[in-house]
Design a protein around this ligand. Structure first.
Ligand code: NAD
Length: 382
């Protein structure tokens, strides 16, 4: 029997959790023992008793609980001091942030313990149920529209009233991946007039099917990886894109940027010179603010005023709708654990030759086993 431990989140501002009572039932059916830290669900109004009713045990003292863990499951990676309390064979499953948290990665590696990074789950049909990056990005797209709407001093839909006609707000979404498409769909539902752009030309059809317009920019050849991730543009292409977008940005009430480059710093899309062309009262939401930013002026974790324009860079977007985000994330984890489960032994089995773990397992038995992270790590330490 494997013991699955769910500690409270290490980061105080993290409102999402990795387990709801309904998931406990599934884990128990698999044959796992589920240990839950007292108060785990409190931020979502889930009492300890509900986990107990579903079959879990509650602990208040972390040390003895972690000492029995075969796996520790959380939203953010647990603090290394906690990981160090776990047995050597134990596995941590979380958003590990392996490209940025290199010190943490080294500690986990040296400690011989294993870690799965939910960011690295492959984007394949088999893995859709485990794809936490998508589930959280989709909610982020929705939240970014709400954040922008709350900062804007006008309405999103058109309103025809005896007191006059209000024009619909103009929203420009740059980057139409999972988050961008959800932002477009949300903004359309709110009645805004929406324009979008992405360097992957194949996205145009998806944007149009949501009722939005797609901005065409001829950048020449753009590449994407076999997982569908966009490759970085050349400097010449970047400046072509920035020029072509300028007018649309200046004409928008809201600009939402969601452009990412997998494993790299996000591209800079909007410089301060372009921001200065926007009307005072306009709003820019930078999804990438915490990772370096798509917008030059954005500040990680904050909403600032730049020449009368509100720039939202608060980040941790999905956490704003923490109940739904937790439900989706906990289900993603459950799908992964069920996939790894050995029915005969009623235990977790780390098969590092499996397609999912080849991609998502970062460290195992003291080795850095992930090819992409290994290459990045070696480049950094060279
Ligand atoms: P992402 O978060 O890596 O990037 C967001 C978007 O930014 C992408 O659409 C990308 O093309 C775009 N972008 C990058 N540079 C840009 C620039 N300079 N200007 C404008 N846009 C720029 O992407 P994502 O949302 O994680 O999606 C990545 C890929 O994975 C997509 O092809 C998506 O369809 C695919 N996907 C597949 C599955 C599945 O099959 N299970 C699930 C989810 C996503």
């Amino acid at each position: 029997m494997s013991i699955l431990v769910f500690p409270k989140e290490a980061l105080e501002t993290e409102k999402r959790i990795a387990l709801l009572p309904v998931n406990v039932k599934t884990y128990c059916r698999l044959g796992a023992k589920v240990l839950v830290e007292s108060g785990l669900g409190l931020t979502l109004g889930v009492a300890d008793e509900e986990y107990v009713e579903a079959g879990a045990e509650i602990f208040t003292d972390r040390e003895p609980a972690l000492a029995q863990a075969d796996a520790v499951l959380s939203v953010r990676s647990i603090a290394f001091e906690d990981f160090d309390l776990c047995p050597k064979h134990s596995l941590s499953v979380s958003f590990f942030d392996p490209f940025n948290r290199t010190e943490h990665l080294k500690q986990v590696l040296n400690s011989q313990r294993s870690a799965i990074s939910m960011e690295m789950i492959p984007r394949t049909s088999r893995c859709q149920k485990m794809d936490a990056l998508s589930s959280q990005a989709s909610l982020a797209g929705y939240v970014m529209v709400l954040k922008a709407m709350n900062q804007l001093n006008k309405t999103l839909p058109m309103m025809m009233t005896p007191a006059g006609t209000l024009k619909p707000a103009k929203i420009f979404v740059i980057g139409a991946g999972v988050a961008g498409l959800q932002a477009i769909a949300t903004a359309k539902r709110m009645g805004a007039s929406v324009l979008a752009y992405d360097t992957r030309a194949e996205v145009a059809e998806q944007v149009q099917s949501l009722g939005a317009k797609f901005l065409k920019i001829d950048l020449g050849e753009t590449k994407s990886s076999d997982q569908g991730y966009a490759s970085a543009l050349t400097e010449e292409q970047m400046s072509l894109q920035q020029k072509a977008q300028e007018e649309c940005i200046a004409d928008s009430d809201i600009v939402i940027t969601t452009a990412q480059l997998f494993g790299r710093k996000p591209p800079l899309l909007i410089t301060n010179d372009v921001l200065k062309k926007m009307r005072p009262g306009s709003v820019v939401v930078d999804m990438a603010a915490e990772d370096g930013g798509n917008v030059e002026a954005s500040v990680a974790g904050e909403t600032i005023d730049f020449n009368g324009i509100k720039i939202v860079g608060t980040g941790n977007w999905a956490s704003e709708v923490s109940l739904d985000a937790s439900q989706m994330y906990a289900n993603n984890l459950q799908a992964l654990i069920s996939d790894m489960w050995d029915e005969e032994r009623k235990a977790l089995h780390i098969d590092d030759s499996d397609e999912v773990l080849r991609s998502a397992l970062i460290t195992h038995k003291g080795e850095l086993v992930n090819a992409i992270i290994k290459a990045t790590h070696e480049k950094e330490t060279a």
